[in-house]
Design a protein around this ligand. Structure first.
Ligand SMILES: Cc1ncc(COP(=O)(O)O)c(C=O)c1O
Length: 282
């Protein structure tokens, strides 16, 4: 099941065509998006997602998204969702129609089911390969036009990295910068646990500031953990008590294998952190 609505409050059949072929999202991937997890009819971290949508819009020089309209449309979509306890909600916002000076952003909200692969990854963990991203940690600040850390619709590279992981027999990817520092996954943030401290790299190195990473850190702090946002090296991916990928739909997923090498079992740490994360919404 899928539920689609536009920001003017109209529901539409997701199986019908709605986007013009000359929309800039279709032509150039020129737009932004968010994916929000909803559980029991409640969107998680909607405010941080809308804040990040506004941040991405500003990075792409798009008009400021209408927060209230997005919020209402998310509610409308959720009120019409009958596909079970959980869904993923996509907020899409493109620059509009190519060559039309009067164009307004194309914006819609679409709820979709959680895929089986994601459910399996949540339950069993994932194998990951490290891949080069070809950027250095200072590039995002030197070259804002590269849109590093914007959640743009240009995700072809991220998708290609996923296919490369599959070719190498792995489920997912951690991108490394040219100096070997840890960036993020193609659709996730990296978190490591060492003792009772959690670490994640700073968004300033050109990665997306994760809403799930922030929620996990909030939950962990409430449960007595210390959290640190600081650069991580490729060695840190091995030298820890748990390596995790975090994102809205996958939640906190345990990495059990790194570059073909089985990591020490971190199930107990994962269970504790997964609970701390769920407790944020209890
Ligand atoms: C590149 C990238 N980094 C990190 C994340 C995690 O963000 P969030 O936890 O807000 O879903 C995503 C989410 O899809 C992503 O695409």
């Amino acid at each position: 099941m899928r539920v689609l609505a536009f920001l003017d409050g109209t529901l539409a059949n997701p199986e019908d065509p709605h986007i013009r072929v000359d929309d800039l999202s279709v032509q150039r991937g020129d737009g932004i998006f968010e994916t929000v997890l909803a559980v029991g009819g409640q969107p998680r971290e909607l405010r941080p997602h809308l804040d990040r949508l506004a941040r991405s819009a500003s990075m792409l020089d798009l008009p400021e998204p209408d927060d209230a309209a997005f919020e209402r449309t998310v509610r409308l979509v959720l009120d019409n969702w009958t596909g079970g306890d959980e869904c993923a909600i996509k907020l899409v916002y493109s620059r509009g129609v190519d060559g039309d000076p009067e164009t307004k952003p194309t914006a819609f909200v679409l709820a979709i089911p959680i895929g089986e692969k994601i459910k399996q990854a949540r339950a069993e963990g994932v194998s990951v390969v490290t891949l080069e991203r070809g950027i250095d940690p200072g590039l995002a600040e030197r070259a804002p036009w590269l849109l590093l850390g914007a959640k743009s619709l240009s995700y072809a590279v991220n998708m290609a990295a996923g296919r490369e992981a599959a070719r190498r027999g792995a489920d997912d990817v951690v991108f490394l910068a040219t100096d070997g520092s840890v960036l993020e996954g193609p659709t996730s943030n990296v978190i490591i646990a060492r003792g009772r401290t959690l670490y994640t790299p700073p968004a300033t190195i050109g990665i997306l500031p994760g809403t799930t990473q922030a929620a996990v850190f909030r939950g962990a702090e409430r449960a007595g953990w210390t959290t640190k946002i600081e650069p991580l090296t490729a060695e840190d991916l091995r030298d820890n008590d748990g390596l995790f990928l975090a994102s809205s739909v996958r939640k906190l997923t345990r990495v059990h294998t790194l570059d073909g090498e089985r990591l020490p079992d971190s199930s107990a740490v994962h269970a504790e952190l997964a609970k701390a994360y769920e407790d944020v919404y209890a």
